[in-house]
Design a protein. Structure first.
Length: 161
């Protein structure tokens, strides 16, 4: 397989691991998983020129928002895997190491903090949520888990190919 296919698989695998974390987090800690339908609603509203909301949950539902949100979630995961490979090179795909993967995972928390949360009405770094510090911590942990997922998926590919 070529490095592009490996990058796609790494992005999908890391995103799936992040989703498994969300399921475990709900069972273990009682914290609801992210609602990617609301992400889809936000994206769907962009096609009508609306990029910022007071509350995405209070905004009008959009047709196909769940599939749009879940598709975007996985495409973003693939894009972040491509960022990892772009920064550390295809050599990382052939010999994955933990530190670059965790660094990219944690670094990707900038996307929700400075783009998604403000656009969806939660403020910069969840500042408009009822418990901003808890929301920030959960975002940071989730993105660290994504980084771990990048490494684990890369390692599994390396092991079997």
């Amino acid at each position: 397989m070529n490095d592009l296919i490996f990058t796609l698989i790494i992005g999908i695998g890391a995103t799936a691991i992040m989703d498994l974390w969300a399921i475990a987090r709900k069972s273990l800690l009682g914290i609801a998983p992210p609602n990617y339908g609301l992400v889809g609603r936000w994206i769907a509203h962009m096609t009508r020129g609306r990029f910022r909301h007071q509350s995405i949950a209070a905004s009008a539902p959009m047709r196909g928002e769940h599939i749009i949100g879940w598709t975007a979630h996985y495409l973003i995961g693939i894009a972040f895997a491509a960022l990892l490979v772009g920064i550390w090179g295809v050599g990382w795909v052939r010999h994955p190491t933990l530190v670059p993967a965790i660094a990219v995972g944690i670094g990707t928390v900038a996307a929700p903090f400075f783009l998604m949360q403000p656009g969806m009405g939660a403020g910069i770094a969840a500042s408009r949520t009822p418990r901003p510090a808890a929301a920030r911590l959960q975002s940071l942990i989730t993105h660290a888990v994504f980084g771990l997922g990048l490494y684990v998926t890369g390692w599994l590919i390396h092991l079997y190919y």
